[in-house]
Design a protein around this ligand. Structure first.
Ligand SMILES: Nc1ncnc2c1ncn2[C@@H]1O[C@H](COP(=O)(O)OP(=O)(O)O)[C@@H](O)[C@H]1O
Ligand SMILES: [Mg+2]
Length: 448
């Protein structure tokens, strides 16, 4: 076993360091008079460490010390050394019960302390192992091991090997941008630029020059040539978020770029060759936008050569706890030192909640709960998830699942009736071909 370490903090503790060294063979004793010394001697820890803190209000402020040191150390367990008569003080009791693994009354009983330290170390090791298990995003820098995400990761691997355009669809906050980045980073273009453009965030009259650039003097105020975002992505990937918001008149320019791999800066007739992979994302139903003549069908087919669907969080309940724990570790440096994890009730409520804002919402709720919680384990109310009338919109989930099943079976039957002809099936179902394709994609339905 590698040597275990105990950080001994405070004047009184340092005074007994010699005694401890004798009494605790196999332990490395690190002594520190104050927080500064403690931080300097522990450095960046990737191992568990036990803190021994003497609670003496005249010496150091125990809570402050513990918070500062725990933030730097990550996984620690604290044991308080306390005079027996101080145990009756409310302040001392609170500190021990909220922040310490155990306490030991003075005078020192070295053999008993050795046992307590051993237990605390075991627990710290367990916590460290547990946190590592959850803290690892996969090769795509994503967290999740539900069946739905496993499928997505498998498709992601395949899509990365190709250079064709990709359309990522999914609700807001599901991780579309993360998926787009993963495709780029796993592709041969990884060393090239990855430029993300939110088509909905650029004012309509600026989209053209932002994407395609302009020449000097192209219009009043064009004092200099400007290289557009597509040209800047040369050799890499451009990610067009909210592609459904691309103004209709620009869609034709964009189509030409996709077809010919060339662009024209505003104010120039010269066509410039660009080598850019396009990944587009949308949270809206493009089929509907096509039907309403807000989106060009030909552009849709060009963009959706490969399609990746990111499922909403409520359809991958198995990932909720994993994401919450990963998030807990991610932000553990910001948390207040009291908070150690999630209560069972909180985990249950998180599983039942419908997460309309998906992973983004989960991260925000957990991060805020970690800072604000007043208890050792995060409770539902810390997450802002209050259970009303005994349920927390679990029914939404059940309805979605039922609807999916129904749609799947209906489409399968009509496809069969029409000998797998998609156009005829779409007509019979009163859908556009693209909507049907999109639904088949979402439901993971293939023609037989
Ligand atoms: N599977 C995941 N693992 C880790 N973080 C995720 C995952 N999915 C989403 N996120 C995080 O959630 C937030 C929202 O993701 P984002 O890709 O911006 O969603 P979208 O583009 O679909 O709105 C980001 O902070 C992102 O890093
Ligand atoms: Mg986004």
């Amino acid at each position: 076993m590698s040597q275990r370490e105990v950080l001994v903090l405070g004047q009184r503790c340092v005074g007994v360091a010699e005694e401890l060294t004798q009494a605790l063979p196999g332990w490395r004793i690190i002594t520190a008079h104050n927080v500064g010394e403690a931080l300097a001697s522990i450095g960046d820890l990737v191992r568990p460490i036990i803190g021994l803190i003497h609670i003496d209000v005249n010496d150091i402020d125990p809570l402050n010390a513990l918070e500062n040191i725990s933030v730097a150390a990550g996984v620690m367990e604290w044991i308080a050394l306390v005079e027996r008569e101080h145990l009756s003080a409310g302040q001392v009791c609170h500190f021990i019960s909220d922040h310490c693994y155990d306490f030991h009354t003075l005078p020192l009983d070295a053999s008993r302390l050795a046992i307590t330290l051993g237990h605390a170390h075991g627990r710290a090791e367990l916590r460290l192992r547990h946190s590592r298990q959850y803290s690892k995003p996969n090769q795509f820098n994503m967290v999740g091991s539900s069946e739905a995400m496993k499928k997505l990761f498998a498709s992601l691997g395949k899509v990365s090997g190709s250079d064709a355009p990709v359309l990522v669809h999914g609700e807001s906050g599901t991780g579309k941008e993360l998926v787009a980045k993963a495709v780029h980073m796993s592709s041969p273009r990884a060393d090239g630029p990855f430029i993300a453009v939110n088509c909905g965030a650029i004012p309509a009259h600026l989209v053209q020059t932002e994407l395609f650039g302009h020449e000097k003097g192209a219009f009043t105020g064009a004092h200099q040539r400007k290289i557009g975002l597509i040209e800047s992505s040369n050799g890499g990937t451009i990610f067009l978020d909210e592609i459904g918001d691309l103004p209709l008149d620009l869609q034709v320019n964009f189509l030409r770029f996709l077809q010919e791999k060339t662009i024209e800066r505003v104010g120039s007739v010269l066509r410039i060759g660009v080598d850019v992979r396009v990944i587009a994302a949308t949270h809206v139903d493009l089929g509907k936008a096509i039907a309403e003549k807000r989106f060009r069908e030909d552009l849709y087919y060009r963009l959706s050569v490969l399609v990746l669907s990111v499922p909403p969080l409520r359809e991958r309940c198995d990932d909720i706890e994993i994401l919450a724990r990963w998030c807990f570790n991610e932000f553990s440096l910001e948390k207040n030192s009291k908070v150690q994890g999630f209560s069972n009730k909180a985990l249950q409520v998180m599983r039942d909640y419908s997460w309309p804002g998906n992973v983004r919402e989960l991260i925000n709720r957990v991060r805020s709960a970690m800072v604000m919680s007043e208890s050792r384990l995060i409770r539902p109310e810390d997450l802002g998830l209050i259970v009303e009338n005994g349920f927390c919109d679990a029914t939404v989930n059940a309805l979605d699942v039922a609807r999916g099943r129904l749609e799947r079976s209906l489409i399968q039957q009509v496809l069969q009736l029409n000998k797998q002809n998609v156009a005829a099936t779409a007509r019979q179902l009163g859908l556009s071909r693209s909507t049907l394709y999109r639904m088949m994609n979402k439901l993971e339905l293939q023609k037989e």
